[in-house]
Design a protein around this ligand. Structure first.
Ligand code: AMP
Length: 275
């Protein structure tokens, strides 16, 4: 594995690779969720590029940019063991200049749910993902369904800008109790918060059970989910949307994503299930 920090080094290293390239962009503090993307990309491509970059433009004022967990040494070891060919770890100055051209999230899909609660987040996310996809020169890039709206917007960007790369969605990885893995889970400070955080996956599981029993009415399912979620500190949203992120009144089997965002103590947690 080689570690590169500059654009020039990355482009030189990439040009030495012949054959298909898989790419996994991350913000580091790697866990089993990231690793599942890395392993999938490893198995489906001849070469593998991973990036670690905590992208400042997708953090809003007052969010946890400075406190975001950074574990470079451990991450490097994980990538080495996972047989990554190129690990790209740029600095902010390498990735951005002043007064840049920006791309923006789409007016509807980009400004609801996460886009409404974290206005501007998706603009910054798309800006960095566009840069990273272009730099990677990859055939396929791997993203987790954990960030379902992010995945939808990246797929839309690739389509709208005719980018020659395949976006590969990857399943959500959870811990043994059902909590979706996230770098921000380290902020859950004690067993009480960890226990209460399980309400997310529990509510999604219960919703699936209701659908499987024939209940398709979103209002009814939401009210049961809200009961289960009463143990968290704040529910930001419980939403039922199509794969195109259009709001649903009735569950459409095969075309529904149920998403939840809540606060438990310090971290804001998101989770979802595709039905
Ligand atoms: P991040 O480092 O949080 O930007 O995440 C990098 C990539 O890993 C994104 O595509 C995420 O959706 C994905 N990811 C993060 N957590 C999980 C998880 N628990 N399961 C699957 N993918 C994940």
């Amino acid at each position: 594995m080689i570690i590169v920090k500059t654009i020039d080094e990355l482009q030189k290293a990439r040009k030495r690779l012949s054959g298909s390239i898989g790419f996994v962009p991350t913000m580091g503090a790697l866990h089993q969720g990231h690793l599942s993307l890395i392993q999938k990309a490893r198995s489906e491509n001849e070469h593998l590029i991973v990036s670690i970059f905590v992208n400042p433009t997708q953090f809003l004022e007052g969010e946890d940019l400075d406190a975001y967990p950074r574990k470079d040494e451990a991450d490097i070891k994980i990538c080495e063991v996972a047989k990554v060919d190129i690990l790209f770890m740029p600095t902010v100055d390498t990735m951005y200049e002043d007064d840049e051209l920006c791309i923006g999230a789409p007016a509807r899909r980009g400004y609801l749910l996460e886009g409404e609660k974290r206005a501007g987040h998706f603009d910054g996310m798309l800006q960095v993902v566009m840069k990273l996809l272009n730099l990677s020169g990859a055939n396929r890039a791997y993203f987790g369904k954990k960030d379902a709206q992010q995945l939808a917007l990246i797929s839309q960007m690739v389509k709208n800008y005719f980018m020659d790369i395949t976006i590969v969605p990857c399943e959500i990885v959870r811990d043994e109790f059902g909590l979706a893995l996230s770098s921000r889970n380290v902020y859950l400070k004690d067993n009480d918060e960890k226990e209460r955080a399980l309400a997310l996956s529990r509510s999604l599981k219960y919703a699936t059970k209701m659908v499987m029993a024939g209940e398709l009415d979103v209002h009814k399912i939401k009210s049961e989910m809200t009961n289960i979620l009463s143990v968290v500190d704040k529910v930001e949203y419980v939403a039922f949307v199509t794969r195109e992120f259009k709001a649903l009144k009735k569950v459409e089997i095969g075309n529904t994503i149920i998403l939840v965002a809540v606060w438990v103590g310090k971290p804001r947690l998101i989770d979802n299930i595709w039905i």
